[in-house]
Design a binder for this molecule. Sequence first.
Ligand SMILES: [Zn+2]
Length: 282
Amino acid sequence: MRRITLFVLVIFTVSKNANSQAVKYDVFAVKFTSMGQATATSVWASGAPANDSVHIDFSVWLIKGSNGRNILLDAGFLPDIEDARDFGIVNYTRPDSMLLKLGVKAGDISDIIISHPHWDHIDGLGLFPNAKVWMQKDDYTYFVVGAWQKDGNHGGFHPRDVRLFTDLNLAGRLMLVDGDNKEIIPGIKVFTGSRHTFNSQYVLVETGSNNIILASDNIWVYYSLDHLVPASPGGTLDNAGYVKAMQRMKSMVSDVKFIIPGHDAEVFTKFRQVIPGVAAIK
Ligand SMILES: [Zn+2]
């Protein structure tokens, strides 16, 4: 009996050590299109001065594991979606073609974490045939059900994306995450509280050397982070929560530069572009 106990203990210790050889992650911001014109910062961040402007990019974020796992945050959009026309987009390259420049094939994406279901972040999901898709449960339920009811708000949601998610769910590829501070993949945690949508989430990557927060639209632009002001009206359902979430993000990184907003083109000047449009976050 005692020998068995010892055996179990040894096995447990060995497997624990194996787990503690943590996966290392490289993180990339991958821009696939931009707005052709700079816009007033006040369009994106409350209280920004009238003469302040910002260039807006559209990106996906690649989290490349040393174990071969390729994780995306968000999936971008396809160029034929009507909503994109209002944004005067230029220099569009399909997100999967951008990833190919990094040597990552669409079929090699193992996981896609969805920050929130706006068309510009999810419409490209169909490009990645093998990915498991991770989304907040309450965000999903509102997106596919509540938003389309009488008192619902489906601004930024596209019917074809609702169908895409329904199909994903039927195919058994949709993984619903229930709430805040969940480690969904070793070294990858998701957090809620900003309420960019019903229950939007952001991602903390423990890279092995420092933590990186990929905020997606839980911070639209650097101005909000720098001045701790909420997104402009329509950018969050909870102004106080949006600010509190940014303060919390700051407490989770060694340097504020490792908090990456969703649409600010400055990401691509703050960090070195390893190829045009791809910035290595490190
Ligand atoms: Zn967005």
